[in-house]
Design a protein around this ligand. Structure first.
Ligand code: ATP
Length: 906
């Protein structure tokens, strides 16, 4: 049998016998060859290899009939094999023409039409078939294995080997093929010779044995897999080619589509911003001690007496009208005085303007620093301006302090200040006394020789006792100073030492830390380091091995807009710091909110903004605002002729009688149209001409001062360039309302520079001569007497309107100031907060107006009105004057401008 089995394969190699021909025909051209590495028979293997090689040859050459079939042509390349089987069987059934042509290839077609599944399904018809046909079918079955052309089909067979034994997976297909096969097998059996059939049967039997062997099966599967991957390669190349051609097509399309509008795309889904779960800030900043500023509203009034303050201090405070502590005082004082609630470390305090921060550090200092026979510098308070120096000193006086309070500001000669601050003590020191007596002048002494200093030295030594030396010491317990003058004293004042310092207070800290002031922070810190090395116990303590070293002073850092710039705060070398934030209780406490600076505005403040178009008539708007909204019961008659004309003289009642304010106000509203038309009819052409020229010159005169702005006076941090953004402020930011009448003694008007302030004060006086004596200025100038005179006159009730620069925006406490007007828009939210904080102080009502030009509208809305950093009790209201500026008022303005021009030019 084995010998016999070998013969056909050898013959097949020679490609001569009909059997070989049949086998070759049976190999589907596009079907990958199945595995032929049968361990049973080598000839069979060769035969299969042959079939494989046949499978790799193009189908066209082998089976051109098949390609000619229209059915095959119409099929997709991927399903060629299957289609071919179908087409062959259908052609057999329905196309006699094809049958006639296909006589030579009928067997191969028949074989192809049978699937391996079918061969083993064991359908009743097949089982009932003759032995001949059965062997034929099995033979075909083997070839069909070779012909399973599509990877899909192969995969199916590989993955589900059980399918071979199970019923057909596709019954329809199987039935069709089965009938087709039956008829063809019948034909074939007629043509086939008996020995050939026998051989076939033997081969089939042998293969059946092979198939039962799992190793053979496995190797077959592997072979099929390799074939299939080989067979797929050309497809990948084809795919690449297709991609290339698609790219070319795309490029062509891109050229054609140039200039076309892109199709509207849907908005990308908004990404949910994840809230950070961590903070980059130190813990003491993110977890402040918060307190509501509205404590008074909750009837939780805290008496000073309950704060463990000395009775003497409490009674002095009561005499000054301070009975209850404000929220910041009630929180900070217990943390600073030597009782149960004391915080052992430094304190940072953030509380709104006018909340009483000054007393919150003055009272603990005064209580802890008792008066000693000889003054030692134990407290140092640094503030940015000399006005604040004066205010802090007044706070010590208010609580009846008996401490020696010294002030150091730049307006006094340094030498004079030194004489006041330093005293010369006589200290017993025979060694140094003798050394001083014997000391001879050296070359360097002559280089730095100061005759006046030498004269003072001689005078002091002549009056001193024998064996005593003169030692300079600060002669104050507390020094209140500006940073620049502090540096002067540290560097130049003999005997100025911080070695006894117990308190270091920095008020308006954000401003002081933002500006250099002769590198005051580093100079101060170096001096404090130096003080620590001094042995306070003297030689006696040194000799017994216990030198007394001074400890670091307690630091209290305060501001209404305290910076959370950790680098700046770190420069102060805070020790175990704690943050107190008044007004942030209940405010959003996300990590982000904690990290951003939060500014709390006074509860009793009403904010408004006033649109002034392009700003060319700002002085007229300002004048109308003053005349219309300020309740000037103590101002006397100040209405201008034009305003009188406009209001029909009803305005005067407001000057004399407060109760008739509302009528006068509404009266002015209703009489506007009359007066307006009157004034227009009177001086239409002339006033127009003058007003336009006046307006433009007014505008230019106002803006011309920009370049010469007083840098040192304006807040250093400018958050935005308002002029770069143009928008209309006609669009209401919030509901327009009429503010409650301002019952005030005075108004503070902020301008952007010293020059602007000077010009505006002159212009207002020229526009309204009755105001002339009531206007003062607070600006930075070489001669500070004008500012001091203004403050003095203000306190005396002579000055009602103060025109100022940002010099007056920080800390200055103008008693009973009812309104702040931002004539020029502030440069930052910080400046805004401090400016308007001059009113509505200590719980009193106050109003703030801001004149907003067109181009400043967007910035104002974004930075001031909708700022997330500002905590305010109300909203910023839009204020619209009852009437547009009338021609009569414009005329007054133009005339004033002309006079101003003459005055300036001389
Ligand atoms: N307990 C109190 N009762 C009544 N008035 C007070 C009290 N404490 C302070 N004041 C008054 O409140 C006003 C504002 O005080 P202070 O100047 O200390 O505020 P501030 O918080 O330092 O303001 P700014 O931040 O603007 O400097 C002052 O006129 C002061 O006399």
């Amino acid at each position: 049998m084995a010998k016999k089995a070998k013969i056909p394969s050898e013959v097949s190699n020679n490609a001569d016998s009909p059997a070989k021909k049949r086998q070759r025909d049976a190999a589907a051209p596009d079907a990958p060859s199945p595995s032929s590495t049968s361990p049973v028979s080598r000839p069979k293997k060769r035969k299969r290899e042959k079939a494989e090689s046949a499978a790799t040859t193009p189908r066209k050459n082998e089976n051109p009939e098949g390609l000619q079939s229209p059915e095959i042509d119409s099929q997709d390349n991927h399903s060629k094999s299957q289609t071919k089987k179908k087409s062959a069987s259908s052609a057999d059934r329905s196309s006699p023409t094809t049958d006639a042509k296909d006589t030579g290839t009928k067997k191969s077609k028949k074989r192809r039409s049978l699937s391996p599944v079918e061969s083993s399904t064991g359908t009743p018809s097949l089982k009932a078939g003759s032995e001949k046909s059965r062997s034929k079918i099995l033979d075909v079955d083997e070839h069909d294995e070779h012909h399973s052309s599509t990877p899909k089909k192969k995969k199916k067979k590989r993955n589900t080997p059980k399918d071979a034994a199970s019923p057909s997976s596709d019954e329809e297909d199987t039935n069709e093929k089965y009938h087709s096969r039956r008829s063809k097998n019948k034909e074939a059996s007629d043509d086939t010779s008996t020995p050939s059939r026998k051989r076939k049967h033997q081969q089939t039997q042998g293969r059946k044995l092979e198939d039962d062997d799992p190793t053979t099966k496995h190797s077959k599967i592997m072979k099929k897999f390799e074939k299939s991957t080989k067979g797929n390669k050309p497809n990948e190349e084809d795919a690449d080619q297709t991609n290339d051609s698609e790219k070319e097509l795309d490029e062509t399309t891109a050229v054609v589509a140039k200039g076309l509008e892109p199709l509207p795309q849907p908005q990308p889904a908004p990404e949910k911003g994840e809230k950070p779960t961590y903070s980059t800030m130190p813990n003491w900043i993110t977890t402040p001690i918060t307190k509501s500023p509205y404590e008074k509203k909750d009837d939780q009034l805290i008496d000073f007496s309950s704060l463990n303050l000395d009775k003497g201090i409490v009674s002095k405070l009561e005499k000054h009208g301070y009975k209850e502590a404000t929220a910041v005082q009630a929180t900070v004082i217990p943390l600073l005085i030597n009782r149960a609630h004391r915080h052992y470390g430094d304190l940072c305090v953030s509380a709104s303007t006018g909340s009483g921060k000054t007393l919150s550090y003055v009272l603990p200092m005064d209580q802890s620093l008792e008066r000693e026979p000889l003054a030692r510098l134990r407290g140092l308070i640094v503030v940015p301006t000399r006005e604040l120096v004066k205010q802090a000193r007044e706070s010590f006086e208010a609580c009846g302090s008996n401490l020696r309070i010294g002030t150091a500001v730049g307006n006094v000669a340094l030498k004079d200040e030194q004489q006041k601050l330093i005293r010369w003590d006589q200290v017993y020191n025979p060694e140094n006394y003798i050394a001083n007596q014997q000391r001879a002048f050296t070359g360097s002494d002559w280089d730095n020789f100061d005759l006046l200093k030498y004269k003072d030295e001689v005078n002091r030594s002549s009056s001193s006792l024998s064996q005593y030396i003169q030692m300079p010491q600060p002669n104050v317990d507390v020094l209140i100073t500006t940073p620049g003058r502090l540096v002067d004293h540290i560097r130049q004042t003999e005997g100025f030492s911080l070695r006894h310092l117990q308190w270091l207070v920095i008020d308006e800290a954000d401003r002081l830390l933002n500006e250099s002031f002769q590198e005051w922070v580093s100079v101060l810190m170096t001096e404090l380091d130096k003080a620590k090395t001094v042995n306070l116990g003297g030689p006696v303590m040194d000799n017994i091995g216990h030198p007394l070293r001074s400890s670091s002073p307690r630091k209290v850092i305060l501001s209404a807009t305290l910076t959370n710039d950790i680098t700046k705060l770190n420069s102060l070398r805070l020790d175990n710091p704690k943050l107190v934030a008044i007004g942030l209780e209940g405010a959003e406490s996300t990590e982000v909110a904690k990290e951003s600076e939060q500014f709390v505005l006074p509860l009793s403040l009403e904010e408004h903004y006033l649109p002034v178009d392009d700003g060319s008539e700002k002085p007229v708007h300002l004048m109308r605002l003053i005349l219309q909204e300020i309740n000037r019961t103590t101002w006397g008659s100040i209405a201008t002729p034009a305003y009188k004309l406009e209001t029909g003289n009803k305005h005067e009642s407001s000057d004399e009688d407060t109760s008739s304010d509302d009528t006068s106000s509404s009266g002015s509203d209703t009489s506007d149209s009359d007066s307006d038309s009157e004034s227009e009819s009177e001086s239409d052409s002339s006033s127009d001409a003058t007003s336009s020229s006046g307006s433009s010159s007014g505008s230019s005169s106002d803006s011309s001062s920009d370049s010469s702005s007083d840098e040192s006076e304006s807040e250093s941090e400018s958050e935005s360039d308002s002029s770069s953004e143009e928008t209309s402020v006609d669009e209401p930011l919030v509901q327009s309302t009429k503010p409650s009448k301002v019952d005030t003694k005075s108004v503070l008007i902020f301008t952007k520079s010293t020059e602007s302030a000077a010009r505006l004060s002159l212009l207002l006086g020229l526009m309204n001569p009755s105001l002339k004596e009531k206007i003062g200025t607070i600006v930075k100038s070489n001669n500070s007497s004008s500012s001091r005179k203004t403050l003095k006159d203000y306190r005396a009730g002579k000055v009602k309107i103060i025109v100022a620069t940002d010099r007056a925006s920080r800390g200055i406490d103008l008693v009973d100031l009812g309104a702040v007007i931002n004539y020029d828009i502030p440069t930052s939210i910080t400046t805004y907060v401090h400016r308007i904080g001059r009113t509505a102080r200590a719980g009193k009502t106050g109003h703030a107006w801001t004149l907003v030009e067109h181009r400043e509208g967007l910035w104002f809305q974004k930075v001031i009105v909708k700022s997330q950093n500002v905590v305010r009790s109300g909203k910023v209201m839009k204020y619209t004057t009852a009437k547009k500026n009338t021609k009569a008022m414009r005329k007054e303005f133009s005339a004033a401008l002309e006079k101003l021009e003459k005055a300036v030019k001389g």
